[in-house]
Design a protein around this ligand. Sequence first.
Ligand code: UD1
Ligand code: CA
Length: 465
Amino acid sequence: MAAGKGTRMKSRLPKVLHQLGGRALLHHVVDTATRLNARSAVVITGHGAMEVEASFDHFTLGMNGFSLKFVRQEPQLGTGHAVQQAVPALADDAVVVILSGDVPLTTADTLQALIARCAGERLALLTIAFDDPTGYGRIVRATAAPDAPVLAIVEHKDASEAQRAIREIYSGIMAVPARWLKAWLSRLDNRNAQGEYYLTDIVKFAVADGVPVVAHRITDAAQVAGVNSPVQLAELERALQLRQARALMEQGVRIHDPARFDLRGTLRCGQDVEIDVNCVFEGAVELGEGVRIGANCVIANVRIAAGAVIQPFCHIDGESAGVDVGEGATVGPFARLRPGTRLGRGVHIGNFVEVKNSALADGAKANHLAYLGDATVGERVNYGAGSITANYDGANKHRTVIGADAHIGSNCVLVAPVTVGAGGTIGGGSTVSKDTPEGALVVARGRQVTIANWKRPVKKAPPAQ
Ligand code: UD1
Ligand code: CA
């Protein structure tokens, strides 16, 4: 169900498209569905339907025999009415798991257990006990015994004082045989406090038809928590991040403070990886054995090989081209690596150095205040402070090639396309626009002029009055 408006988000964006851990809420839910070996998922859209459906463009529809279908619910007349729209898309022999697009953290394990309780013939409800159950549908049982038969779900607004005292609530998630679901949906009406078609009314039909109703009660509130407001979104973000951090720590990753860790994608780590506080990982990130990440780094779409160290305050984003950091390399503090950066073994990138679409071979160094764009840099090159590649002529980008063991002095401009020969030296302050031979010293700057005993002009005295 993803048709609701989400008024309390106070946003133009449909609620189910708000991001949690770098993905839309609804995509978390659909992703969980794919892990249930389901034949298909049916997404019920309404508010912002076009946008919600379009958000799946990148999704491989029909992967592994799993198909994603959309049905529209317009207008929105309640959860029972929502599921009625999906009826034509449901096979009679199926078990249907009903999920909410704004409840992102239910685990596949929990849903498998719920499906097992349904066993193709029962109505299985996911429930939880809350100290404050205000607003939720209450699980009404035959007696006060915790395992007494379930008789009905009564919505908060329709509940009596005695029913409002019930702490066990319906999570909004159920597993139900399709043939029964279809029969019960056709019997719903909207004679209730909200004038809506309540999905939850099917419980009393199940009881009347002699179909067993079972409650699968869990204790982890995050798994049934919905997002209705920015505050709840932030709470669930932290719950997701703690869950991800814990899973990584269980694999041996040393996260200095799981409360200050953010993963918005996938992070694969070798042994003995250490991550300091306030780091954000996005897209696909791989950290090899013994990699250390300093505090306050943003690291996206990058592979960092064993033993490399990222000092604090680095921004590394490979976007679609990726970034590779070689074994034992050191980067930062305050470095920026952009798409297409390939650093070899033992490369050093220091503070205020920007690298884009450039390969630095083993042992090359750019330690301070430099720019390398569209460059091929040989082994052991030393690239001086303040030097840049002028790779853009205002219309096109050009390459700079620096041969192995070259030494580029400070404050040089390498005007691409240009090649610096292997083993050559470029004097500080040079603007190099022609290729330079191997092994040569090239100086391309104004000669130093010396005038001995230079007398500075003296200020004239003001004219006498
Ligand atoms: C529902 C349950 C309640 C349960 C609670 C858990 C009903 C009648 N009540 O209440 O027992 O405790 O969830 O959070 O089912 N939606 C549609 N179309 C609609 C109405 C809703 O797609 O016409 C979607 C919403 O976008 C949301 C989900 O269904 O994703 C649940 O709707 P919501 O209004 O939050 O349900 P509640 O009334 O809170
Ligand atoms: Ca709700």
